[in-house]
Ligand binder design. Structure first.
Ligand code: ARG
Length: 457
């Protein structure tokens, strides 16, 4: 088998360099998109009279034959093919004869690979969006069961104020929604056709770029042929979006890992999503969230590789671009896997422990703000009330009691405006219920949010 370009050369490639140069080992992933792109291209060539309609049809049938062969595992590629584009062209010529040599009229591998990659990524974005929606659903189902379950809320990982557990989970639903919006936005820039930009400057062949764009479902074509083949911004944007998705998953992972520790014990891991230790018989380890947390590094790394790959590249196509594929492929796979794993974790991997949670919110000073707020509503300037409660907390810590243990007498000694209703005001449930500001954790507010999400998703 000879290289397509071998006539220009006297000697064959060094076998190591042949391997080094080839992308067929991984861009075989783009087979379907390469066929789709070529079919659109050849139909357009037919429409424009560059090839006859019979020729176009025969080439298209040849390409469909390759699709079928691939499905049956009969499409064999070779390192000599160099990449998926040459592999398809070679097989096409083997199947339909020298007519196959007309396929590449009016295009280059530079616009072809850009087209394939965008078609591939567009599909993956749509799949990822569906998967993110599944994850949101899993969070919503857990939230639905836990509107009235309380969980300590933290700042600085110090007990701050109690929350409705549903409120906590809904925060992640919001984050994932922003991720989905970002994906939809990236998709707009993925969905532009570079096809017909040819090598870099366009082509004298009377092609119709809008026609192929339309056939392939692209929303428009690149205005500038040079930009069309030079642009990998969409790959960076996707990797950045994926990095944020992984960041969000990693934050939840970290929380689950903490919650599952004996120190917190807010959740127990079910047997479906936890693993044991080889040595310590008592262990049940949160491998799933740990792996998700760990896999962030790969995706952040791919973002970095893509940026570095593009930085300082002169226009237009440079072989450096061949490196975009593995980075993107692994970004997509890792992100998809992590979203799926976290969905399963939410769906069947976690049981919240209501007793532990109840106990946690009832045994700290996370109701201190509420005493200050209580006094503030009675006209005491907030800063003054805050100072007062600070000293009460100090005194309670010294006496090893909680605010709820103070008698009405001692409250009134602090400030005569305090009445019997203080006891009800500082119960964890009331503390949560009282936070009725928009977006607050009050049960009634959380119910509204939850309903809105359930209607939406
Ligand atoms: N295998 C190449 C890549 O992945 C395809 C484009 C090659 N174009 C070229 N002019 N060498 O980027």
């Amino acid at each position: 088998m000879k290289e397509v370009w071998s006539n220009r050369f006297d000697k064959g490639l060094n076998p190591f360099i042949e391997e080094f140069n080839a992308s067929i080992g991984f861009d075989i992933n783009l087979l379907q998109e390469d066929l789709d792109g070529s079919i659109a291209h050849v139909r357009m060539l037919g429409n424009c009279g560059v090839v006859s309609s019979e020729e176009a049809l025969k080439i298209e049938q040849g390409l469909e034959k390759i699709r079928l062969e691939a499905k049956e595992g009969k499409f064999k590629v070779d390192i000599k093919d160099e990449d998926i584009h040459f592999a398809v062209e070679r097989r096409l010529i083997a199947l339909i004869g020298s007519l196959g040599k007309k396929l590449h009229t009016g295009r280059s591998r530079n616009d072809q690979v850009g087209t394939d990659l965008r078609l591939w990524l567009r599909r993956r974005i749509d799949e990822l969006d569906l998967n993110l929606k599944r994850f949101q659903k899993a969070l919503l189902m857990k939230a639905k069961q836990n509107v009235y379950t309380l969980i300590p809320g933290y700042t600085h990982l110090q007990r701050a104020q109690p929350l409705s557990l549903a409120h906590h989970l809904l925060a992640y639903v919001e984050m994932i929604q922003r991720d989905r919006e970002r994906l939809a936005d990236v998709r707009k820039r993925v969905n532009i056709s570079p096809l017909g930009a040819a090598a870099l400057a366009g082509t004298p062949i009377p092609i119709n770029r809008k026609d192929t764009a339309l056939k392939l479902g692209f929303s428009k074509i690149y205005n500038n042929s040079l930009d069309a083949v030079s642009d990998r911004d969409f790959a960076v944007e996707f990797a950045a979006t994926a990095s944020l998705i992984l960041t969000h998953l990693s934050r939840l992972s970290e929380e689950v890992i903490l919650w599952a520790s004996e120190e917190f014990a807010f959740v127990s891991l079910t047997d479906r999503c936890a693993t044991g230790s080889s040595l310590m018989p008592q262990k049940k380890n949160p491998d799933v969230p740990e792996l998700v947390r760990g896999k962030c590094g790969r995706v952040f790394g791919h973002l970095q590789s893509l940026l570095t790959m593009i930085k300082g590249l002169p226009l237009a196509y440079n072989k450096d671009f061949q490196e975009d594929k593995e980075a993107l492929f692994d970004t997509v796979k890792t992100t998809q896997d992590c979203v799926t794993a976290m969905s399963i974790l939410m769906e069947e991997g976690l049981d919240f422990c209501p007793d532990r949670l109840d106990n946690a919110v009832g045994s700290d000073f996370s109701n201190a703000t509420d005493v200050a707020d209580y006094l503030a509503t009675k006209g005491v300037p907030f800063r003054e009330a805050y100072q007062l409660v600070g000293s009460v907390v100090k005194q309670c810590i010294r006496e090893k009691i909680l605010l709820k243990d103070l008698s009405l007498e001692s409250w009134q000694k602090l400030n005569p405006l305090i009445e019997q209703d203080i006891f009800q005001k500082i119960t964890p449930r009331q503390v949560v219920a009282s936070r009725i500001s928009d977006g607050g954790t009050a049960f009634e507010k959380v119910e509204v949010q939850l309903k809105e999400w359930l209607d939406r998703i």
